[in-house]
Design a protein around this ligand. Structure first.
Ligand code: ATP
Length: 355
């Protein structure tokens, strides 16, 4: 069974320092939620409170309709997967996975069957008789996942579980985690500071900053329509151009950048309500300079550097007094010193508050 999680006004204070600040979030049953954010923003603190390892200063946690705020970890319908696999070195994999079931009083035959089924889920049933030291790092983390799943948690809490693995293995295990989560339908709450990981696996990303929610939505929403400059910059490369609102019409907003006057579609103003004289930031992702449809000219810029990035060229250009990052298609490598016409599809411009 899966569970909905309701977090209401949750806070954690250490003396005068607020690690989590009035945090509220509703999570649907079966959702894959990723808590993303820079080091120290409160991700682990939140996860530890959901697991019952840290007592909240204020607020409430409800899991599957049951009040859990002060319930000890072993009595919660949660299991936690940590970055360091914490397997018992002297136990075979099957006994490692069955350990929690033994603690819960399940009979030997039944727990071995369940442990084998969980090892099967993570693709390690054939290794069941091995010991942890005979495995690779990735395999050990799969065993730890099998062990966490064996107790059939309603919510699995994952604290940077792939953080210790090399990039290639991490990408592979991300795909596996996502497909196992969809297959089981268990609610996953996964902590990472890797935005590519968040984009790859989340149903919804919760971007955190200083103990609060900075942005929230599907990967597409958060990446393409960030709520703030912090969010745009954290989720990937972004350019910001200062501008001022000059005119407001029913379907377009006139803005003035340092370089030119632009008529922006009203759709670009999803995050703020325009007001005459208001200072703004125009957010443009570097890859949007590569898109062909309905282009919107921003004038030209001087190419200062151009580096090969496997599936595109990554250029630094000088646009007025601003240095921008611009991606160009492989078939059209710009030369350093040349002038490059910059244009983007209208729907890719996002107008943000000037912070
Ligand atoms: P990381 O990605 O580095 O693990 P995080 O987002 O998980 O960071 P937390 O571990 O939740 O961050 O910590 C949030 C803040 O709370 C940090 O500034 C940390 O120093 C502080 N903090 C955590 N535990 C304690 C504690 N026991 N006493 C005092 N401050 C603490």
């Amino acid at each position: 069974m899966t569970a909905a999680v309701s977090i209401q006004h949750l806070s954690k204070q250490y003396g005068a320092f607020i690690a989590l600040n009035d945090f509220s979030l509703q999570i649907a049953a079966g959702e894959f939620i990723v808590l993303l954010g820079p080091s120290g923003c409160g991700k682990t603190t939140l996860l530890s409170m959901l697991g019952g390892f840290i007592e909240p200063s204020f607020g409430q946690i409800v899991i599957g309709g049951r009040e859990m705020t002060h319930v000890p970890p072993a009595k919660r319908p949660t299991a936690t997967l940590f970055q360091d696999y914490a397997l018992f070195p002297h136990l075979r994999l099957i006994d490692n996975v069955a350990f929690g079931l033994r603690m819960r009083g399940m009979g030997r035959g039944e727990r071995r069957q369940k442990a084998l089924a969980c090892l099967e889920t993570v693709g390690l049933a054939s290794e069941a008789q091995k010991k942890p030291h005979e495995l690779s790092g990735g395999q050990r983390q799969r065993v730890a996942l099998a062990r966490a799943l064996a107790v059939t948690p309603e919510v699995l809490l994952l604290d940077e579980p792939l953080g210790a693995l090399d990039l290639k293995l991490r990408r592979q295990l991300q795909d596996e985690l996502k497909s196992i989560q969809k297959q089981l339908g268990t609610t996953f709450i996964h902590v990472t500071h890797d935005q590519e990981e968040a984009l790859a696996i989340a149903d919804r990303i919760v971007l955190m900053n200083s103990g609060q929610i900075e942005d929230l939505g599907t990967p597409q929403q958060v990446y393409l329509n960030p709520r703030s400059r912090f969010s745009a910059g954290f989720m990937g490369e972004a350019n910001f151009l200062p501008a001022t609102v000059k005119a407001i019409h029913s379907d377009v907003i006139g803005v003035q950048t340092e370089q030119m006057a632009l008529s922006l579609p009203i759709a670009a103003f999803k995050r703020i309500t325009p007001a005459i004289g208001q200072p703004l930031s125009l957010c443009i992702r570097p890859e949007h300079f590569m898109r062909a449809e309905q282009r919107f000219s921003l004038g030209s810029a001087l190419v200062q550097s151009c580096d090969f990035f496997a599936n595109h060229w990554r250029c630094q250009v000088l646009y007025g007094g601003h240095r921008l990052k611009v991606y160009r298609p492989l078939e059209a490598p710009p030369k350093v010193g040349q002038m490059l016409d910059l244009s983007v599809p209208k729907e890719c411009l996002v107008v943000l508050k000037d912070e």
